[in-house]
Write a protein that binds this ligand. Structure first.
Ligand code: CAO
Length: 422
């Protein structure tokens, strides 16, 4: 079966997490992703958070499936010539270097566009144009600058970053969408274009509902926040809302059976107005269906602590999975707090390809997260990440069509690492 992006060549000049997330998705959809890495060094993540000495790290392998690797020194004159040829051959160039790094190499957007007017050049930076545009930026900086940290955590605690990598992987996803949109546009116009995404902007986009609440504050307190029911005054900015749900339905994380020893024996529990009566019956408080002060959602706002304490007394008698089994048939929305261990052991996720087992020559088998986007006519086969420079010779020959003597000259110039000619 032909893959959706088959025939699209991607010059992958990305490193660490944000850019590689993007190009990995392009690879999953069938693009030929050619990862350019510094000779002898490669992407810094290859050797970060090492769990198996001598092997590429999980940090690297889990972000670089379905790619080929060429070692190429883009600061060496011959290396620049090879890179120029790659730019001519490719449909997309993706990079997430520090601001100005590509210009310093001699490959500004103007130059890249001149070499190949059809190319799409896609970049991730920490900030967009403005006073912070020259900053190097990592995940948690983006979470803080994008409004996520100030709105995450409990009211009486400090701002918190989340475990989901919304700054890096979230930005990679945004960039990926920009690239396929630009490819779609190129089909009609024949022209390439520049795609830029700032990590701050991506996080803010994901924290959009908190900007909604910032403006709603002008009209008075945010009544669906637990803080309102507790009589705590609001300040000038969207506050941290603990585990309140962003959609306005009261919800909390509640203890389940075993919470004393299991840090993840919890469930999320939402008391939507539509299922209030069913909740009352389930927890053994049928009178709350009609009692003054409990019958309507607005009356309940100042009693949420009391109500959730009562629901928790019930959830603590059940495991998080029993809560799910009892609530689902009643349409009461609940969500077990799943640990990474539980997720890794969920056979159903392997059946759908959301989790995959990948074999690697240096590490043996490991678990990875597969492609979360399922295309019916373009199924994803996850292939292992490349070893550093594994495809240097193959790319010089088959993609760039250098002959043997040209390849010898390139190798002796020091532009590429060792090539395996066996
Ligand atoms: N050949 C020769 N030189 C190369 C090369 C190659 N194949 N690949 C990279 N380099 C050089 C770059 O040109 C740069 O050199 P100069 O500083 O002389 O211009 C140098 O390597 C370092 O690149 P960098 O500044 O991008 O890397 P860093 O480790 O110092 O910074 C990071 C990392 C991520 C903070 C920075 O790249 C950045 O801010 N990127 C944009 C935001 C981003 O993506 N952040 C997410 C980080 S986690 O996903």
């Amino acid at each position: 079966m032909m893959k959706a992006l088959e025939g699209v060549k991607v010059l992958d000049f990305t490193h660490v997490q944000s850019g590689p997330t993007c190009t990995q998705i392009l690879g999953w959809f069938g693009a030929d992703v050619i990862k350019v890495e510094r000779p002898g060094v490669g992407d810094a993540t290859r050797k970060q958070l090492i769990d198996k000495p001598g092997a590429d790290s999980l940090y690297f392998t889990m972000l670089n499936h379905n790619k080929r690797s060429i070692e190429l020194n883009s600061k060496n004159e011959t290396g620049k010539e090879v890179l120029t040829r790659l730019i001519k051959e490719c449909d997309v160039l993706v990079e997430n270097f520090a601001p100005g790094a590509l210009d310093r190499m001699g490959f500004s957007w103007e130059r890249v566009h001149e070499i190949n007017p059809r190319i799409i050049m896609a970049s991730i930076k920490g900030f967009g144009p403005g006073k912070y545009e020259d900053c190097k930026v990592y995940e948690n900086v983006a979470q803080c600058a994008g409004g996520s940290a100030s709105t995450t955590g409990f009211l009486d605690g400090p701002p918190l970053v989340t475990g989901a990598q919304i700054g890096d992987s979230g930005t990679g996803l945004h960039l990926c969408l920009g690239i396929v949109t630009a490819l779609f546009h190129r089909e009609k116009s024949g022209e390439g274009q520049r795609v830029s995404v700032a990590m701050q902007d991506s996080v803010l986009n994901l924290a959009r509902v908190k900007m909604r609440d910032q403006q709603r504050l002008d009209a008075g307190p945010l009544k669906e926040y637990s803080q309102f029911g507790e009589g705590i005054p609001f300040g000038e900015a969207t506050p941290r809302a603990g585990n309140d749900s962003g959609g306005g339905q009261p919800g909390r994380i509640l203890k389940c059976k075993g919470w004393e020893t299991d840090p993840n024996a919890y469930t999320y529990f939402i008391i939507q107005a539509a299922v209030w009566e069913k909740v009352c019956d389930l927890i053994g408080e049928p009178n709350w269906k009609t009692d003054d002060g409990f019958a309507s959602p607005s009356e309940r706002l100042d009693k949420l602590n009391q109500i959730f304490e009562r629901i928790e007394a019930w959830t603590m008698t059940k495991t998080k999975f029993e809560v799910m089994d009892l609530c689902n048939p009643l349409d009461i929305p609940v969500g077990p707090i799943l640990s990474m261990k539980e997720i890794a052991e969920d056979e159903g996720l392997y059946d759908t390809g959301t989790l995959v087992k990948v074999d690697h020559p240096e590490r043996g088998e490991y678990i990875s997260v597969g492609c979360p986007i399922k295309l019916s006519a373009s199924p994803v086969d996850v292939t292992r990440s490349p070893l550093l420079g594994e495809h240097t010779l193959e790319i010089l020959k088959d993609v760039l069509h250098y002959d043997d003597s040209e390849i010898n000259n390139i190798v002796s110039s020091g532009a590429v690492g060792e090539v395996n000619k066996s």
